[in-house]
Ligand binder design. Sequence first.
Ligand code: SAH
Ligand code: SF4
Length: 471
Amino acid sequence: MSYKRQEIPQSEISRQLEICARVRERLAAAGRPMLALVDTYGCQQNESDSEVLRGYLREMGCGFTDDEFQADIIVVNTCAVREHAEMRILGNVGALNHAKKAKPDQIIALCGCMVQQEHMAERVKRSYPIVNLVFGPHELWRFPELLERSMTGKKRVFETRQSDGAVSEGMPRARDGALKGWLSVMYGCNNFCTYCVVPYVRGRERSRRPEDIVREARSLVENGCKDITLLGQNVNSYGRDLGLGVDFADLIRMINDIPGEFLIRFMTSHPKDATEKLFKTMAECKKCARQLHLPVQAGNDRVLRAMNRGYTAAQYIEKAELARRYMPDLVLTTDIIAGFPGETDGEFADTLELVRRVRYDAMFTFIYSPRVGTPAAALPDPMPRQDKQKNFDRLLELSNAISQEKHNEYVGRTLRVLVDGENSDRQYPLTSRTNGGRLVHLRGGRELIGQFTDVKIEKAATWALFGEAAE
Ligand code: SAH
Ligand code: SF4
């Protein structure tokens, strides 16, 4: 696979910021502030991209609203990983009809992975005339230019050309909150798991330069961020394309050296590339959270091969055990797909067996969803949906039982948590996360929000722990 690393020159980003200034002036002259709504679906990378969308919109002088009837600009940042997400997005876009009727000048834009697929861009063009602007993930850096074009021109704008993708630095960003921050370390994926659409819509693996990442991490910490999540489809291949001799473990160490009390999390780690060096580095770096999301997808070797995952169940278990040897208190989570084409009940039983063996703290489980253009979508898929659902339900039941047992083990222990907000529970009004990322509902005063504190765990449920802030 040949891919030449491509960086967007700073002059191009400056040009986008000039366009923002021009739009801002024009709106100011019209004497009316514009309101924007950014609606985000899918993964953390999309959340991070939406921060850039809002950053650019803020540069244009926009305020923000949640009300589609108030919004002058609506941007829907879409996901393509499963059909369910796509159907929900299309339903919600269809429902914007009413807002657009009430506000005919409203600009409706669709961006992200769903519309990067040719058949979906076509469908939007044909069946959703209310949509003015469509652009894929590769065009994010030039959103101002595309938005200006759709505001001033008469034609609808569609920009979804195929691309391996590039790396762009220096885009403005409006972050959601100060306490937690997303930090992309790389983009794209080269793994081509046979069920997955991501490599087709997000392009080839390309890493940001370590100095750019460390600079951003430092600025996050200086601005009060206490929980940084490093993002990439497969963070374990970080740096390969740069050829600087800096791998992901080295990067963790560099961020760990930044002064201040904060936590480093990351996702996602592909099991085939997770190394002993990574586990050792995690164990040695005080600021690196004892949390590892290591998606296994299936527990049967034939299915894993058909998925093109690059490891066997035994190799996976060995890696998980190695990680736990370095970090006995590690919180281990995973993703599993039930009903991959051709998977039999017997093969699925191997997945359940693997889950019983590894005992995950939490699992994200999905029913296989065929994706246009992926190899798995062309495989015979004889198992009826209701049988896949039965397997899925068994998996969920097992997963919940294990999570509950693991949570019960926390009762009576004192854990260090980061208090991140409030909830409506009168008895436990605060929310917090443990070092391993478990949710803790907390009794304590509001002044704890934004602080690390020790908490004595009093009770446990499947999805959360409950406790009181310890003096
Ligand atoms: N790069 C990450 C995340 C990819 S998408 C990784 O490799 O783990 C997140 C999860 O969605 C995947 O781990 C997989 O479990 C699930 N997924 C991806 N494609 C899917 C499909 N076609 N049907 C059902 N689940 C899918
Ligand atoms: Fe998809 Fe596999 Fe890449 Fe993850 S590693 S994004 S599942 S192709």
